[in-house]
Design a protein. Structure first.
Ligand SMILES: [Zn+2]
Length: 210
């Protein structure tokens, strides 16, 4: 899980929601992946999907029996489906995701014997640490967003000449749109719930789809 946490930090460095995954077979690390759907323009570029693809390429087999997937956030339905297709033996995840989690938080895809014959799931491993990385990411993003909006308002006031006013407003709107897009990309995952930040829902313009 420590390796998955390190992969999550790669996502953070790329400006993406910090989720990381590692695929192992026995003591051997076969592949790693970090979440980067925004940079890749790819809604499927979740950490688990990246690790599964890389592992399948590495072993030249689309089935990965006997492998374990460690991921810092509870897999979503898409990833749960791919995990089943790959015949992963075991999934170990960190933080629970009350918005898109498909290992019991929203739905439990793995509990359905008609869908799943292969994968056991262990959740909540290093839950506080994995959730903390997400919490700090979203807190930082909210802070940056607040500062950008304040700066946009400030510029509009300073110029106050009429012509600058529309620019200020446009800037603020753009910020909100970017933020909304970011939220949509990560399934808004985790933000309000995992972060459990009481201020999360009350911030105007935070544009969280609830
Ligand atoms: Zn996913």
């Amino acid at each position: 899980m420590a390796l998955a946490q390190a992969a999550a930090e790669e996502a953070r460095a790329a400006g993406e929601v910090p989720v990381g995954a590692v695929l192992v077979r026995g003591d051997e690390v076969i592949a790693k992946g970090f979440n980067h759907p925004i940079g890749a323009h790819d809604p499927s570029a979740h950490a688990e999907m990246i690790a599964l693809r890389a592992a399948a390429q590495a072993v030249e087999n689309y089935r990965l029996p006997g492998c374990e997937l460690y991921v810092t956030l509870e897999p979503c339905l898409m990833c749960a489906g791919a995990i089943m297709h790959a015949r992963i033996a075991r999934v170990v995840f960190g933080a629970r995701d009350p918005k898109t989690g498909a290992c019991g938080s929203v739905v439990d895809a793995f509990a359905n014997p008609q869908l799943n014959h292969h994968t056991t799931v262990t959740g909540g491993v290093l839950e506080a640490e994995c959730g903390g990385a997400l919490k700090s990411f979203f807190a930082e993003r909210r802070r940056a967003s607040r500062e950008a909006r304040a700066a946009a308002r400030g510029e509009a006031h300073v110029v106050a000449g009429g012509e600058a006013q529309p620019d200020g407003h446009a800037g603020a709107r753009g910020e909100a749109q970017v933020e909304a897009r970011l939220d949509a990309h990560v399934g808004a995952s985790s933000e309000a719930h995992i972060a459990a930040d009481p201020a999360a829902g009350s911030e105007p313009g935070s544009a969280e789809p609830l």
